[in-house]
Write a protein that binds this ligand. Structure first.
Ligand code: 5GP
Length: 118
């Protein structure tokens, strides 16, 4: 699996393209989606170069894996959606509908998010 260093999230990570940042630490960057599908729609991405969840689960270090999962929880708290609830999902590859080839977790909330798959 070859990582495309010119994908849009790689550019955001390098600061070449702006984003509405929510949170950043050693392992993750979180920002608001440019085209929100719910009242709250955030993206949490690892700082490492991983194409998708498959790539990440096979190559990422334990620290990176823990950092990403913890990051999602931190971002949910920062967005104040933890109590009321939210949905986090990952699209993987063509059948999964993934458009940007850098692993990202979506966080949807701020309202009822509806059925799981449409
Ligand atoms: P995917 O379909 O790959 O799971 O989701 C990609 C997401 O990235 C989409 O929800 C899309 O709106 C978002 N997106 C694409 N380009 C940009 C961008 O330049 N900035 C931000 N903040 N989000 C983007």
């Amino acid at each position: 699996m070859t990582y495309d260093k010119n994908n849009i999230f790689a550019k955001i990570l390098r600061g070449e393209i702006p984003c509405k940042k929510i949170y950043e630490d050693e392992y993750v960057l979180a920002f608001h989606d440019i085209n929100p599908q719910k009242k709250i729609h955030a993206l949490v991405i690892p700082k490492g170069e991983y194409v998708n969840l498959d790539d990440f689960s096979s190559k990422a270090t334990e620290k990176e894996i823990a950092g990403l999962i913890k990051g999602i929880g931190i971002v949910a708290k920062k967005l104040d959606v933890s109590q009321a609830g939210y949905r986090s999902l990952v699209n993987v590859g063509e059948n999964g509908g993934q458009e940007v080839p850098h692993l990202h977790f979506h966080i949807f909330g701020g309202e009822k998010v509806g059925k799981m798959v449409t």
